[in-house]
Design a protein around this ligand. Structure first.
Ligand code: NAD
Ligand code: DAO
Ligand code: ZN
Length: 390
């Protein structure tokens, strides 16, 4: 407590687009003690998400090299900086890339997005965004340093969890109950809330709906799970990798479509299959072409399409404006619309109450030293989530 900690961490030194090479390097780093309103956490388990592939490849504008990657994890509070009141050493936490401020606590400075008449309008709290997006801490500078060269390393998404220890803002520390299973909790840091929330919070899919889900990784499958749960009667699962269909069907998809097996735009195929289009479509690939297809297969007059995938930095979407004039809605979701800290606590309670399962989304386990194997598996489309034992 109060002293720097030397530990092992993954470090992304430069963009790596060659998938035959390791995505990150594993080395010793030094993690500084938490400054004011900061929390130092021992990360116990992490997982790897499609977004991490983009970041390591240099396609995320908020990945500032060199940086400590990772944004899905669970751990234990090691120490707290001055002024921290909402967590204490020993608490179990999920670090939240979508921070959540103390909008009602007038003793803390305020966030313009979360208070007053704006309260509840969005989960995208702005309190620490300027810092987390820039890879630094609000109190100034970074808390990571290379053990050898003294070089400073940036933070990533405010939480950098592919290190055995990390320092985050208090607003990013999502306390979860003491009996939470930490080896499963990383799935609640991003993947499952994103998919469940896209369906329940953002689209608000109703029973009887016809839906299309593009991309059948962990995010797409959790969208299918939620669609089934709310009573969608037709769930069309689309992926260019046919290996993905068996799970999609087991999860509740009623139809599978491989765009590679069809000539012409995939949206036309879906429109034909559904006599006019789907009530809701979800894009979970990160491809802007797929985002367009998802919008355009939504039904005229009311179809709603939700962008979930994170496209490469600088990419743009397009469609003919007539698609929107005629009543389709194009929207998107980050962390499924859940507020960060409240969301992870609630989802853990729901999990512990048996409302959903996590194990089916965990296909592999590796120790931290083999983190590049987790990258290889996800790059190759062979895994859902790989638990990384820190
Ligand atoms: P993943 O790599 O496991 O899954 C992506 C799937 O898309 C794969 O099955 C792949 O075969 C498929 N795919 C790729 N190109 C396709 C195409 N042209 N047509 C159809 N299918 C295609 O990744 P994941 O972890 O499930 O994440 C999915 C996406 O969601 C990523 O873009 C990720 O960045 C994003 N994401 C967004 C949020 C959010 O809050 N909005 C949160 C987590 C992840
Ligand atoms: O608050 O200004 C803002 C933008 C918030 C962006 C939050 C990132 C969401 C993207 C999903 C990341 C998937 C891991
Ligand atoms: Zn806020």
């Amino acid at each position: 407590v109060g002293k720097p900690i030397e530990c092992f961490s993954a470090v992304a030194w430069k963009p790596e687009t060659d998938f035959s090479k390791p995505a990150v390097s594993l080395e010793k780093i030094i993690v500084a003690p938490p400054a004011e309103n900061e929390v130092r956490i021992r990360i116990d388990y992490s997982t790897l998400c499609g977004t991490d592939l983009q970041a390591a490849a240099g396609k995320d504008n908020e990945a500032h090299f060199p940086f400590v990657p990772g944004h899905e994890s669970a751990g234990t509070v090691e120490s707290i900086g001055p002024g921290v009141t909402t967590v204490k050493p020993g608490d179990k936490v999920i670090p939240c890339y979508q921070a959540q401020c103390f909008a009602d606590d007038l003793s803390k400075d305020q966030c313009p997005r979360c208070r007053g008449y704006r309260k509840g309008k969005t989960n995208l709290c702005g309190k620490v965004r300027g810092f987390t997006g820039a890879g630094v801490m609000r109190a100034g500078g970074v808390r990571f340093q290379g053990a050898e060269g003294q070089q400073e390393l940036h933070h990533f998404m405010g939480i950098s969890c592919f290190s055995q220890y990390t320092v985050i803002h208090e607003e990013s520390a999502g306390k979860i109950r003491d009996d939470s299973p930490l080896s499963k909790a990383p799935l609640l840091a991003c993947a499952l809330p994103t998919g469940f929330g896209a369906v329940m919070n953002t689209a608000k899919v109703e029973a009887g709906s016809i839906v299309a889900v593009f991309g059948l990784g962990t995010v797409g499958l959790s969208i299918i799970e939620a669609c089934k749960r709310v009573g969608a009667t037709r769930i069309i699962a689309i992926d260019t990798n046919p290996e993905k269909f068996e799970r999609a069907l087991a999860w509740g998809a009623t139809d599978t479509v491989n765009p590679k097996e069809h000539d012409g735009p995939i949206q036309d195929i879906i429109i034909k299959m559904t006599n006019g289009g789907v009530d809701y479509s979800f894009e979970a690939t990160g491809s802007v072409d797929v985002m367009r297809a998802a919008l355009e297969c939504a039904h005229i007059g009311w179809g709603k399409s939700v962008v979930v995938g994170v496209a490469a930095g600088g990419a743009e979407i397009s469609t003919r404006p007539f698609q929107l004039v005629t009543g389709r809605t194009w929207t998107g979701t980050a962390f499924g619309g859940f507020r960060g800290r409240e969301g992870v606590a609630q989802l853990m309670d729901d999990y512990m109450d048996g409302k959903f399962d996590i194990d089916p989304y965990i296909t592999h386990n590796v120790p931290l030293r083999d983190i590049n194997e987790a990258f290889r598996l996800l790059r190759a489309g062979e895994s859902l989530r790989t638990i990384i034992w820190m």
